[in-house]
Write a new protein. Structure first.
Ligand code: PEP
Ligand code: CO
Length: 479
């Protein structure tokens, strides 16, 4: 069945591409990798020396790409299948990666938690899982203010390691174009390590012990996770015996990269045409996404994204209205190409029930297919009285559960989740099975921007999704 479906999907893709080439397309304004410059661009730094920005961009453009169009198209196919219920999208990683944390242990821990979560999801949802990391390029951040004042001194806000540095000194906060090159290199180092680990068998389903994290044995979820691992191990041994398993496929688990495509000069520099394909690809990441603050249909970010061929995400949430959504569908998803558009909603536990249904209905009326993905993090951020940013596990869980129910009730499906998480034992979000309290946050509060789920909280959420999707008979793509 899976094979048949996959052949049908490929065929649909081929037919789609042939039709897209041959039919008259709706008139669209001309596009180029730099056409975004004619639009209003929010959230970009002002550099002291534009000449240096241009030189850095030219250098990045000469270097080899970070990902290939083959991988990008492969991901698009999988997302198309997720929209049909055959796959489930797991997207996760740091809010903001930092150059300093480009270390083997941090990267390996992130892979481990994503692999563990996907194991839980595979068993629970009975769907295959697409793993997309918020990594290898998640270095630029949108901020609510351009400037920050402390003790009478006003400096640029920190916009992520791609732009400037966090310490509050003039030197650190001045945007430095060379950091784009450093970010590009660190993304390459991260991807190189991930590819090496996967190639070497790190993700081999026969060896889930490779993904163990030291502190797991003390986790409240240890027993449930062990059961899941044992169940999967048993099925694999059974299929091995029957000769059903393609050993190579078991060893080769795909990981894809994603980041917010915020810093347009950096994205433009890696926008390329490739032999034997039409169109342009952003080869800095497999799946870039547009953040909530830059999703204005008339703005520079939407202009840039409309011209690239990658599968893309767009954040939607409070304030996304009918006109905006219809316009985004027109501009970013004009031909309803399978796998092209993932809408990542992030309303907050208090607002989702009231606001999501309208958006789902608008997309339905448009007749277009998108993948719906829930980010239960960004609508649930709060500040404690001492100024610490946190999120309550109960709110995150509640938004996620509501999202699952709402999509069911509306006759569709939630096709994926988007989390800010780390494989480390941090204390940034309140709650979870271990009951982290406000007072615990000080112990290991390490994030540069938004609070992330720690290992246990992330695994717990995967279990909640797995129980929900698997428990109601909707894990229907899984033969
Ligand atoms: C983010 O994903 O880190 C982010 C800033 O999200 P949003 O655009 O949804 O606010
Ligand atoms: Co964030």
């Amino acid at each position: 069945m899976v094979a048949n479906r996959s052949i049908r999907r490929r065929l649909a893709g081929v037919i789609y591409r042939a039709m897209a080439r041959s039919t008259l397309k709706p008139a669209q304004a001309p596009w180029s990798p730099q056409s975004w410059r004619s639009k209003k661009a929010l959230q970009l730094p002002s550099y002291p020396d534009q000449g240096e920005v241009d030189r850095v961009m030219a250098e990045i453009a000469r270097l080899p790409p970070l990902v290939t169009s083959w991988e990008v198209e492969g991901l698009k196919e999988q997302i198309a299948a997720a929209a049909q219920g055959e796959y489930f999208l797991l997207q996760g990683g740091d809010c903001a990666e930092s150059f300093a944390e480009c270390r083997s242990e941090t990267i390996a821990n992130k892979l481990k938690i994503l692999l563990q979560m996907s194991l839980v999801l595979v068993l629970g949802t009975r769907r295959r899982v697409i793993r997309v990391g918020r990594f290898a390029g998640q270095y630029a951040k949108p901020r609510s203010q351009d400037l920050e004042t402390r003790d009478g001194e006003t400096l640029h806000t920190y916009r992520g390691d791609l732009v400037n540095r966090l310490p509050f000194t003039r030197e650190d906060r001045t945007p430095d174009p060379q950091r784009m090159l450093r970010g590009y290199e660190r993304s390459a180092l991260t991807l190189n390590f991930i590819r090496g680990l996967i190639e070497g068998g790190f993700a081999d389903l026969h060896h889930t012990e490779y993904w163990d994290l030291g502190f797991v044995k003390h986790s409240p979820h240890a027993a449930e996770y062990r059961q899941i691992v044992a169940a999967i191990g048993e099925s694999i041994r059974f299929m091995d015996t029957l000769g059903y398993v393609d050993a190579d496929q078991m060893r080769r688990v795909d990981f894809f990269s994603s980041h917010e495509g915020l810093h347009l000069p950096y994205e433009q520099a890696q926008t390329r045409q490739v032999p034997h394909r039409t169109g342009w690809y952003n080869l800095a990441a497999h799946m870039p996404w547009i953040g909530l603050r830059t999703a204005d249909p008339e703005g520079a970010h939407v202009e840039y994204f409309r011209g690239i061929s990658n599968p893309i995400g767009v954040k939607v949430g409070p304030g996304t209205d009918r006109d905006q959504l219809l316009r985004l569908l027109d501009l970013l998803h004009p031909e309803d190409e399978p796998g092209r558009l993932t809408l990542i909603h992030r309303f907050g536990a208090q607002r989702i029930a009231h606001e999501l249904p309208a958006l789902v209905k608008i997309v339905k009326e448009s007749g277009k297919t998108v993948l719906w993905c829930c980010d239960p993090m960004h609508g649930n951020t709060e500040k404690l009285s001492d100024g610490t940013k946190t999120r309550r596990f109960d709110n995150i869980r509640s938004e996620l559960e509501q999202a699952l129910d709402l999509h069911d009730e509306l006759g569709g499906r939630l096709g994926g989740v988007h989390f800010e998480l780390t494989g480390d034992d941090v204390t940034e979000c309140i709650g979870g099975a271990r009951g982290l309290r406000e007072a615990d946050l000080k112990r290991a509060y390490l994030t540069q921007v938004d609070p992330r789920l720690n290992y246990e909280q992330a695994l717990e959420l995967a279990m909640i999704v797995a129980r929900h999707v698997g428990g109601d008979g909707r894990g229907d793509g899984a033969d």
